[in-house]
Design a protein around this ligand. Sequence first.
Ligand code: ADP
Length: 442
Amino acid sequence: MECTDREGFSDTARVLAASPRNYGPLDDFDGHARITGPCGDTMEFWLSARDGLVERVSFTTDGCGPSRACGSMATALVEGRRVEDAAALAQRDILDALGGIPPEFEHCALLAADTLKAACEDYRERGARGDAESRAARTSCGSCEKTDCPASARGEHESDEEFEDRRQLAARLCRIRRTLIVLSGKGGVGKSTVAVNLATALVLAGKQVGLLDVDIHGPSIPTLLGLEREKILNSEEGIVPIDLGLMKVMSLGFLLPSQDDAVIWRGPMKMAVIKQFLKDVVWGDLDYLVIDSPPGTGDEPLSVCQLIGRVDGAVIVTTPQKVAAVDVRKSVTFCRRLDVPVLGIVENMSGFACPKCGEVTPILRAGGGRRIAEDMGVPFLGSIPMDPKVAEACDDGRAFIAHYAETATAKIMRSILEPIAAQYDAEDRTAAAHPQNDKEST
Ligand code: ADP
């Protein structure tokens, strides 16, 4: 005699116990689980799903009639439903749908619900693994989902070593959302000062920022941020940059034994060290990497642009004098040749800011930066006056716009630098609102 012949079983339970629905394994499935309950019965569920809906579901059990009835009813209840709903199916739902089984067999419904839930979880995990695998298949750098990841295709004449090198570089760079370079035609015009304050403005806008000093012959970022005594550590992942919370900083200055040491390197060596800064430094996920380049249009900015492949924007710093302004033209031309969008020109040391009231007095002829910008068809970002407090902040190793935030010059500097992040934020919002256009443009 079958146990379901006893009192307390509904007709539905008896029918399903005798001829269970959806019994037997599925050949092709997306989720599977097997559980042995405290009663010693084992249940096994298989399911296949499409677009998150259970398409097919089946089970087996070595238990007797009530076990078959409960498993069967569980499959019937979730066919065509969302996988999340299937995972949420409860013991009570099965018992109610069966319409009655004796209390001593109710645990069979619990085992059915638990096994089905585990099969749904297995389906989700397989989906997550599959996504990761398909991402990895799309891009071999392993850290992005970009279909145009620089490491996704191997060059025709590239050796294993070269490809691996490029892959590692891409693995770092693909985690950096945007790269900005600060250029100047001449030295001493305040390029590093602008780079530090641009990075700080981005941090104040809540961004994760990296600041990379590629001025190999005269690295001044450690001094401008008061980090002269810092030394760089290595980890298993690579060179660890100086971490200031939201800003990570790297400069050759950290690697030199003394500040008085001079570096005498030719082009290929400079390229090698810049590559190391990009490839071996553990930058992690950054919104912006701000690169302070040495003056001119020599090996360093060229290496940066070639290695990064796509620099998102350049800020060009000049002073009002005609002789400095002439070099700005070269910087603009350099950007154009390398396809780097010019965010604009900043005219630094333009007039003198009174240390008492902040009023700016023109001491030399100003306006050269604006004229060149107009002439060359690039934006003019604004003029920063000469202010003793700027020099003081630099000497003390403090970011001027954060430390002297209330001064008139800091407000001017912010009005020049803050719109840069705001402009990119606006671009991101537009891209998020129209993802298709974004995909097409990348
Ligand atoms: P660069 O990177 O172009 O060589 P720096 O940013 O190192 O120039 O600046 C050179 C010097 O000029 C630094 O001592 C800095 O403090 C000072 N300086 C830069 N901008 C200003 C300014 N607007 N007012 C006063 N001093 C400034």
